[in-house]
Design a binder for this molecule. Structure first.
Ligand code: ZN
Length: 303
């Protein structure tokens, strides 16, 4: 089944709930980047979170970037998620593997590291994107983003992220974001009930593994507090926005001397997209074309 995102509200619109399944798209990222188990879990959690965070934005072209830079062996990661349901991302050290943590789970916190920063950049589709930075809490990504939402966006939120990687790849992945909106934020009883239910939710992947659908999980959490599932689900997928023209544009930035070197020494160039690992080859003729464009631009600016 395709990965999908479902939105709902509860408590008369005072609570926002979004759930997403990401099993397939996380496995595509794993295959494209040759990710280790722990790198798959880290990038998968971040991609899942990106889709959940962008889901509340309004303009169709809205995007969220999450960048994490920690002191662990993974070196950091970056994801880019759009309201159109596309997501892409990479980790700096895709092959790093760590033994399981004390709970027997993939040690994402150890791989990311506990010292470092989380950056969230929201691009509303026009003007300047706005970004906030918080220090990492645990490097487990869910905790770090919950902390970010509480401090930077002042929205009490619970974020549950899960990626289960088996021998043959990603078996199950997904996440859930529950946010208490200002109109319900002063309702102490409601918050207490939510806290209890969330505490009882031992994880997200076990629910999906038990065959529960997103609406069934929503129902378990807030079914008796006026749950309204919004009609229609959105397909989400791994998709990169790179193309040959953009990659050639990036080569052009290297400048005339470097491009000449590539023609003489390497007889061509290869540029690899960070986000999706796609390789683009440029032959000598294409490189020569870039040089001529640069020379033309220089002649123009000299006049
Ligand atoms: Zn790409």
């Amino acid at each position: 089944m395709a990965d999908q995102l479902i939105r709902a509200t509860a408590a008369d619109g005072g609570i926002r709930v979004v759930g997403v399944t990401t099993t397939r798209l996380v496995d595509i990222a794993r295959q494209r980047h040759g990710l280790s188990y722990v790198a798959t879990a880290a990038l998968g959690r971040a991609m899942t979170a990106g889709l959940l965070l962008v889901s509340s934005m309004k303009k169709p072209e809205s995007r969220v970037n999450i960048r994490i830079k920690g002191n662990g062996p993974l070196g950091g990661l970056m994801i880019d998620a759009g309201l159109d349901g596309t997501v892409r991302g990479y980790v700096e050290q895709p092959h790093v593997e760590l033994p399981p943590n004390a709970d027997g789970k993939l040690d994402v916190g150890g791989a990311i590291g506990q010292d470092g920063y989380l950056y969230v950049i929201r691009d509303v589709g026009h003007g300047y994107p706005y970004s906030s930075t918080v220090e990492l809490v645990s490097g487990e990504i869910g905790d770090d983003l919950t902390h970010y939402l509480a401090t930077s966006e002042q929205t009490p939120s619970a974020l549950v992220l899960g990626v289960f990687v088996g021998e043959n790849g990603v078996e199950i992945a997904g996440g859930l974001l529950l946010q208490v909106l200002p109109k319900a934020a002063r309702d102490d009883l409601l918050i207490t009930v939510l806290e209890e239910r969330l505490a009882a939710l031992t994880g997200f992947t076990p629910l999906l593994q038990a065959g529960k659908s997103l609406p069934q999980i929503f129902d378990q959490l807030v079914g008796d507090i006026g749950l309204e599932i919004l009609p229609g689900s959105q397909i989400v997928q791994f998709s990169c926005r790179c193309n040959r023209d953009r990659m050639l544009g990036a080569l052009k930035l290297l400048g005339i001397d470097e491009l000449k070197d590539m023609i003489e020494v390497d007889k061509g160039a290869e540029a690899i997209c960070h986000f999706c690992n796609q390789a683009y080859q440029a032959d000598c003729q294409q490189l020569q074309g870039l040089i001529e464009k640069l020379e033309l631009e220089q002649a123009k600016s000299a006049n």
